[in-house]
Design a protein around this ligand. Structure first.
Ligand code: NAD
Ligand code: UDX
Length: 481
């Protein structure tokens, strides 16, 4: 029986390995992590991440051919294929801080693999890493290798999106495997291909050289984020001209060369990947003497920051240029619907902006806990994936924040409602009831374009929806944005 071990039981390691176990009953899969609470949660009824369909997959194979353990060294030593799916956050200190990927976790995993291995291994980069990381990993694995072990490194980046991870894993657009162009490298690629071939059609399994696979992951995320920044840039122009961004996106996306996906204007993209990976790409370009290319990609992140700031300015300027002491309901805190993940969520920047103007926030999200929200609001930029850097919570800011478990409670007596995550339940709320219980004038700022603007205006709300023709009220009070 082939034995797989995956280091890192996070958003990628957990679901990816659960899918492999489900589709390959002849393979034993062990997911290991240094975090005891995370592994305990994977072994419990309450999994550590919320992802539609994940519970069923895990329940179908846990303790049969899928195991979760903190005994990292034992399972790595026993495995034929070791996936490394640890976090690769943005560096917060030292050379490349604020841009480069922090490979501390990756390097320590690689050193451990080298130390405990007693048999040949295929080591698979599952984490998103800078191009050429495999070369460094090879050096770490083969350095001090007096046991004659054959290590083959493969790059097999993951393309799943949160909220649809199970669907994405079950029917991937493609699986990408990069390896060395040597007999040993080709054999390793074939071995990993055989795992995916259990359920992925062969024409969807792409094989390339190592560097193409590593770079394709960064490129794919940069292209996706670029589409969002492009439509968000258009949304600002729509507001100034009276065009409607949804109509523009529809018309543009009808061109089959462009396509309709990923053209939803929003308060900004979030998530643990887009910003981190683009900044990493920018850093790599700079290091390779390509400042113009670096500058080009940097703009994607800058437009995203602009979009979040622009949203806050709209809120404050529409409400007579001050939100001091005003209750504002924040509906949604996760970075997108159908996940409890808050990493780099635009909600953090919007809340910071409003708290800076002394607003009183009442936040509701169906999947994010109060503890998580308060941790996020207390953290410095980029610190979320570096637990050792967490700052003490700021009691002043927290006096301005309350977290509630119902959208009606959040909006009661509020001056304004901000929709930050596109949860389906926000489309079905009784907005007449919400309006009746709010201060007047009652404002709605829809950062996801999920609500019907005309129906809300009929109820009496002053409405701002990203990239839609402005309410005369908002237009009259607009400052330069
Ligand atoms: P995560 O933070 O959820 O999980 C990483 C896990 O690795 C953590 O549980 C951590 O405790 C563990 N870990 C760190 N060092 C370890 C070590 N030395 N030994 C054992 N365990 C260790 O991260 P994630 O979201 O799963 O992302 C992992 C990688 O996959 C990143 O490189 C990310 O860019 C990439 N990626 C993420 C997504 C996504 O949607 N989250 C999608 C594609 C790719
Ligand atoms: C992304 C990539 O899609 C995935 O392939 C990669 O493996 C990891 O990074 P993820 O971050 O989980 O996945 O979610 P995604 O659906 O890409 O959304 C990212 C952010 O962009 C979210 O905040 C989302 O709300 C926002 N978004 C997405 C928009 O604002 N508009 C869109 O049209 C699409």
């Amino acid at each position: 029986m082939v034995k797989i071990c995956c280091i890192g039981a996070g958003y990628v390691g957990g679901p990816t390995m659960a899918m492999i176990a489900l589709k390959c009953p002849d393979i034993q899969v062990v997911v290991v992590d240094i975090s005891k609470p995370r592994i305990a949660a994977w072994n419990s009824a309450d999994l550590p991440i919320y992802e539609p369909g994940l519970d069923e997959v895990v329940k179908a194979c846990r303790d049969k051919n899928l195991f979760f353990s903190t005994d990292v060294e034992k399972h790595v030593a026993e495995a034929d294929i070791v996936f490394v799916s640890v976090n690769t956050p943005t560096k917060t200190r030292g050379l490349g801080a604020g841009k480069a990927a922090d490979l501390t976790y990756w390097e320590s995993a690689a050193r451990m693999i080298a130390d405990v291995s007693k048999s040949d291994k295929i080591v698979v980069e599952k984490s998103t890493v800078p191009v050429k990381t495999a070369e460094a990993i090879e050096k770490i694995l083969t350095h001090n290798n007096d046991k004659g072990i054959n290590f083959q490194i493969l790059s097999n980046p993951e393309f799943l999106a949160e909220g649809t991870a199970i669907e994405d894993l079950a029917k991937p657009d493609r699986v990408l495997i990069g390896g060395r162009e040597t007999p040993g490298g080709r054999k390793a690629v074939e071995a990993l291909k055989a795992v995916y071939a259990h359920w992925v059609p062969e024409d969807r399994i792409l094989t390339t050289n190592l560097w193409s696979a590593e770079l394709s992951k960064l490129a794919a995320n940069a292209f996706l984020a670029q589409r969002i920044s492009s439509i968000n840039a258009m949304s600002a122009l729509c507001e100034s001209t009276g065009a409607n961004v949804s109509e523009v996106a529809y018309a543009v996306g009808k061109d089959s060369r462009i396509g309709p996906k990923f053209l939803n204007a929003s308060v900004g993209f979030g998530g643990s990947c887009f910003q981190k990976d683009i900044l990493n790409l920018v850093y790599i370009c700079e290091c390779n003497g390509l400042p113009e290319v670096a500058h080009y990609w940097k703009q994607v992140v800058q437009i995203n920051d602009y979009q979040k700031t622009r949203f806050v300015k709209r809120v404050v300027s529409s409400m007579f240029n001050t939100v001091s002491g005003k209750k504002i309901a924040i509906l949604g805190f996760a970075f997108k619907k159908d996940t409890g993940d808050t990493r780099e969520t635009p909600a953090i920047d919007v809340c910071h902006g409003l708290l800076g103007d002394k607003a009183l926030l009442s936040i509701y999200d169906p999947q994010v806990t109060e503890d998580q929200m308060k941790r996020d609001l207390a953290m410095n930029k980029f610190d979320w994936d570096h637990p050792q850097h967490l700052q003490p919570q700021s009691p002043t800011a927290f006096k301005q924040v309350s977290v509630v478990w119902d959208a009606y409670e959040a909006t009661k007596d509020a001056h304004a409602v901000c929709i930050i995550t596109e949860w389906d339940e926000f489309k079905k709320l009784d907005y007449q009831r919400i309006y009746d219980n709010m201060q007047k004038p009652a404002f709605i700022f829809d950062g996801r374009n999920v609500l019907g603007v005309e129906a809300l205006r009929k109820i009496g709300f002053v409405v701002y929806s990203i990239g839609k023709p402005l309410d005369p009220w908002v237009k009259d009070l607009q400052v330069s944005i």
